[in-house]
Design a protein around this ligand. Structure first.
Ligand SMILES: Nc1ncnc2c1ncn2[C@@H]1O[C@H](COP(=O)(O)OP(=O)(O)OP(=O)(O)O)[C@@H](O)[C@H]1O
Ligand SMILES: [Mg+2]
Length: 352
């Protein structure tokens, strides 16, 4: 249990998870009030990672239920292990024969067998799935219900029992109540509206793309081998891409990949660099075309100013500044020492 949102922030930071102050307060409250936490937001902004980092930071076991269309009780809750039950019956065959030997008819034998406890419907014969696992667990857990919007609404009813009561009912056995209340994190990509009943039980937070400073910190933490100026260049490029009406904006994980790619291409790659960065950041041909067009357009519009200052791209204003130049000026054959004009020419020759 965390004393404050600040303590939680520190603990998550120890797991290399960088959290916004507001978000930290909501997570702190969810742990304090033991309320499920519903995280919505675009892909790749750290929703799933929050649950993983929270589990690691607090020494709780992570139990993950990955949702998908068609997910049912037998995958989410439990399933009877028929193979094990059959084996058990075979082992008891002789005893069952003795038990039924004096019965006169099939109906009588069947009735006597039904009245006998063969031990088939006990915890031992359950294949435990994530929801029941989190309830039965002796150790405290973080239950991650990932991408809950991918399931049908009918699954939500099942979730509600676990979320609201912290319990699971197995008709043949009874109701299991959580030994220690799981910290539940649900994530959703907003592909469908979740039911009001589910939402009502949760604390809700919309996770969005971080601001530039926070994203720079995240990328530096996750890719510590990449030089700070390279990270800044890539984060700036991602920021500009996210302002465009793309089919898919670059996620944080793609920015991390791009920063790593940039570090690998660091020397000698020169003009080719931007194309490969865009390839790491964008996943659709149409997005790529738009990005190249707009980035080039921006530069054509304002590059006169940049070049005229003779201070190079590196120190030019944000708009019209090459998003990769600050990362790559001075690398790959040109360099800040050759001045802004050379860097700009090199950049403009870049792949279209
Ligand atoms: N706040 C953060 N601190 C540190 N790393 C982060 C943070 N946010 C995202 N990341 C990085 O981004 C990656 C992607 O995050 P994650 O898988 O949690 O995204 P998501 O929001 O669950 O996306 P999706 O909806 O696609 O599942 C993580 O593996 C991690 O490396
Ligand atoms: Mg996720």
């Amino acid at each position: 249990m965390y004393e404050s949102a600040e303590k939680l922030t520190e603990a998550l930071s120890g797991e290399n998870y960088v959290i916004d102050p507001d978000f930290a307060v909501v997570v702190f409250l969810a742990t304090r009030l033991e309320r499920p936490l519903l995280l919505e937001g675009p892909a790749g902004v750290g929703k799933t990672e929050l649950a993983k980092a929270l589990a690691a930071a607090s020494g709780r076991r992570l139990v993950r239920l990955q949702c998908y269309e068609g997910l049912d009780d037998s995958r989410a809750l439990y399933e009877w292990d028929y193979g094990k039950q059959l084996m058990h019956v075979q082992m008891l065959r002789d005893r069952i024969g003795e038990l039924l030997s004096d019965t006169a008819s099939m109906a009588e034998a069947s009735a006597r067998l039904q009245a006998t406890d063969t031990g088939l419907y006990t915890e031992d014969f359950l294949s435990v799935r994530p929801l029941l696992d989190s309830v039965l667990s002796d150790e405290p857990v973080v239950l991650l219900v990932d991408e809950v919007d991918r399931t049908e609404e009918s699954m939500e009813a099942l979730l509600l029992e676990v979320l609201a009561e912290g319990q699971v009912t197995v008709p043949e056995i009874g109701t299991f109540t959580a030994r220690s209340t799981p910290w539940v994190v649900l994530t959703s990509n907003d592909t469908r509206e979740l039911s009001p009943a589910l939402k009502r039980r949760c604390l809700h937070y919309h996770v969005d793309f971080p601001d530039t400073a926070r994203e720079t910190e995240i990328v530096s933490r996750r890719a510590p081998e990449v030089a700070a100026d390279v990270v800044e260049g890539v984060v700036e490029l991602a920021r500009r891409l996210r302002e465009m009406p793309l089919r898919k904006s670059p996620s944080i994980s793609e920015v991390i990949d791009a920063a790593r790619a940039a570090a690998v291409l660091d020397r000698g790659a020169g003009d080719e660099v931007r194309r490969f960065l865009l390839a790491a950041l964008l996943k659709y041909g149409s997005d790529m075309d738009m990005a190249v067009r707009r980035l080039d357009g921006d530069e054509a519009g304002e590059s006169e100013v940049d070049v005229a200052t003779d201070e190079g791209w590196v120190n030019s204003s944000t708009r019209g500044k090459s998003p990769t130049s600050s990362a790559f000026a001075g690398r790959g054959g040109g360099g800040a020492s050759t001045g802004g004009r050379a860097a700009a020419d090199r950049y403009r020759r870049g792949v279209r």
